[in-house]
Design a protein around this ligand. Structure first.
Ligand SMILES: [Zn+2]
Length: 232
């Protein structure tokens, strides 16, 4: 039974009994979990036989929410909040949007992650910021586990300032927020921070595909739910 694929809202309840061909028996929530870009992989703790549960698309979330599914209602709220935030604070889509550096500016730019907790008057964070010394050059929303967005942003920073700087110093906080639990993507983001001359990392997650910008991840508070709309 562990070889079947499930859609998000059709998966068994957490306490449903599960048996594996190897003899293991437990419940659905006892299975080992590993999240990927578009699905959650659930594995038998004994023999690693696995099944995949596809994260819901926005359309599936809306359908399930309309049918009164409480998880979907929560997820839909998060999807809508994220859409609002992206509309209110658009991300850089071109290097020309970023301001210039003074001619005698620093040769190292820092890309950091600003937590809203640092400033309770700022309800729109967290942010990714580009700092030249103590000056903030650019600020845009940071999205948890938005590896594609983080990589795109670092590429834009290099395109904009590459001929004026030697280094982008990506803070540990920014790296961790961009990658979230997707540790296999660390190399990709580190390489993007090193700039265009960095060696390309070996692909580590062949199942991952590019997610359309817009609704790729839920904030950390919703990590008990799936990333929204990850099937494009
Ligand atoms: Zn097994």
């Amino acid at each position: 039974m562990l070889r079947v694929h499930y859609s998000w809202y059709q998966q068994p309840a957490p306490t449903s009994p599960v048996t594996c061909d190897c003899g293991w028996a437990g419940t659905w929530e006892d299975l080992d979990q590993e999240p990927f870009e578009q699905l959650l992989q659930l594995s038998c703790p004994e023999c690693d036989t696995h099944t995949n549960v596809l994260f819901p698309t926005t359309a599936e979330i809306r359908d399930a929410a309309a049918a009164g599914n409480p998880d979907a209602l929560k997820q839909l709220q998060s999807v809508d909040q994220q859409r609002e935030r992206r509309t209110k604070h658009p991300e850089a889509s071109s290097p020309t949007q970023l301001p210039g550096l003074p001619a005698d500016g620093p040769r190292i730019l820092r890309v950091d992650h600003e937590y809203p907790e640092r400033d309770p008057r700022d309800p729109d964070g967290p942010w990714l910021v580009v700092m030249a010394g103590s000056q903030i050059l650019w600020r845009q929303p940071a999205y948890w586990e938005d590896v594609d967005g983080g990589e795109r942003f670092l590429r834009i920073v290099w395109e904009r300032y590459g001929d004026q700087i030697d280094e982008v110093d990506l803070s540990r906080a920014a790296l961790c927020y961009i990658c979230g639990d997707r540790w296999n993507q660390l190399g990709r983001i580190e390489a993007a921070a090193l700039g265009p001359n960095a060696p390309r990392p070996e692909p580590t997650d062949t199942r991952s595909t590019s997610v359309e910008q817009g609704e790729s991840a839920l904030p950390p508070s919703d990590r008990d739910g799936p990333p929204a709309d990850s099937t494009k």
